[in-house]
Design a protein around this ligand. Sequence first.
Ligand SMILES: [Ca+2]
Ligand SMILES: [Ca+2]
Ligand SMILES: [Ca+2]
Length: 465
Amino acid sequence: MKMIKLSPLLTLAFLIIASSSCDSDDQPKTCGNDHLESYEDCEDGNLLEGDGCSSTCRIEPFWECPWGYDCKPICGDGVIMSPHESCDGLFLNDQTCASLGYTGGSLACETFCRHDIANCTYTVEQISPGLVHSCILLENGLVRCFGDPDYLGNAGNTDSGPVTVQGITNAIAVHAGGDQTYVALADGTARAWGGNWYGELGIGSESDMEPTPLLIPNLNNVVAFSSGYGFACALNNLGEVYCWGRNGAGQLGNYLQDDTMAPGRRAVEQAVEICSGSSFTCARLREDHQYFESNLVCWGDNREGQIGDWQTDGCFTSPNDLEDLPRVTSISCGYDSACAVLPDHTVKCWGGASYNFMPRTVEGLSDVSRVAVGSDHACALLMNGQIKCWGSSEYGQTGTGGLHGAVASPTAITKLSQYTQLEAGNYSTCAVNANGVAYCWGSNEYGQLGDGTEVDRADPVGVLP
Ligand SMILES: [Ca+2]
Ligand SMILES: [Ca+2]
Ligand SMILES: [Ca+2]
C-alpha cells in the first residue's frame, strides 16, 4: 500500500480549510491578519509556528511578544533559541573559545544572548583596515584578509573571508590600502597584490589587477608600509622611506612629479613611522634626527593644507619640515588630513575640510597614546586602553552606536575593553584588545569588518578567526 504523506504546509492548509468550515469560537479565523484581536495573545502577520507567535496566535514557549507584537526569544531563561540566540546566560550551546576558532580564553554570553568573545584569545599581531578589505597579521606569521573577494590575495577566491593569504608565511607587517595589500616578510623581502593601475604595487610594471602576492624587487627589510591613491611608501629597518606609483602631486617625495613603477629615490631617512593620505605622506623621525627642526615631515599635495605649513596651495615634492610641531610621538594620515600625538598626550590635526588647515588641538582629548584617521572620522587610543572617536558616523565608523550623522567631539566607543592597537580604514575602524582579539566597526559593504556579514556596524564586532 502506498502511504500518502502530507507536507507540513499542506497539513496546515488542510487544517485551516477544515477549521474554516466550522464556526467554533476557539479557532480564531483572524490570526495572521496583522491585527491584534482581543482574543489573541500575539499577532505576527503569519500562520507559521516556531517564530514566537503560533498559528493560533498564542505566544510559544520560551518567547515573549511585548504588547503582542515583535516576538523574540526570552534572553535569560536558560533556553537557547537558535538561530536567534547563540547562547543564554550560563548556557553556551556547547561552544568554547577554541570551538569558535580562537586559541584560548573563556567564552561568555552577552546580554543579547550572543557569544561574547572579549575574553577569548587569538593574538592578532597587527590589523590593517583599508577601503573595501582589511587584513590581520597573526602571531604565527600568517596573514588573513576579509572584504571584497577580489582583493584577498587568493586567485579565484569568492569568499569575503577571513581567508588566509596563500603563499604568505613569516610575515612581519601588513598594510591594506585602497585596493592593494603590502606585506613584509621576515626574510627581508616584500610582497604586494591588488590593483596596479598606476604601478603602485612597485613590481616594475602596471596592470589592471594582480590577484596573488608578487615580489616587490629591490625593496629590502621593510618594517612598515603606507599607501594612498595610486601610490605606496615603505619604511625599512634603516629608517629610509621609499615611495612609488603616482607622483603628480609630489607624493613620492623624490623632488620629481613623474610616476614610477618601482621604488626609486629615497624620500627621507631617519624615519620611524610613516603614514599616507590620498596624495600625501608624512614621516615621523627618530629622536636624534638631523636636518630638520621638527621630527615630523610631510610631502605631496597641499591643496587641503595636509602638509601642515599654514598654506593651502601647491605641492611639496620633497619633505616639508612641520616647524609648528617640533616634536610628535605618533602620527596618522586620513584622506586629506592628518593628526599627531604630542609629548603631552594631546592631539593636533591639520588639513581637510573637517579641520582648520593649520595644526590645531582636538578639544576634549587627553592621555592619548595613538590616533587613527579615516576619510572623514578619527579615533584616539587612550593610555587606559579606551577608544574615543569623532567625525562622520554615516557608516557607524565612530563606533558610538549610530549609523548616521556625525559625532562633534571625541566620544568613547560603546564597547569598552583594554585595547592595545587602533587603526582606521577609509570608513571603518579596527582595534585589537589585550587578548589579541580584533574588533572592527563602520562600513561593512564588502565584509571588510570580518564578522561574516555585510551589515554596517555602529558597535565593535569581533573579527572572525
Ligand atoms: Ca489577528
Ligand atoms: Ca507565527
Ligand atoms: Ca532564551
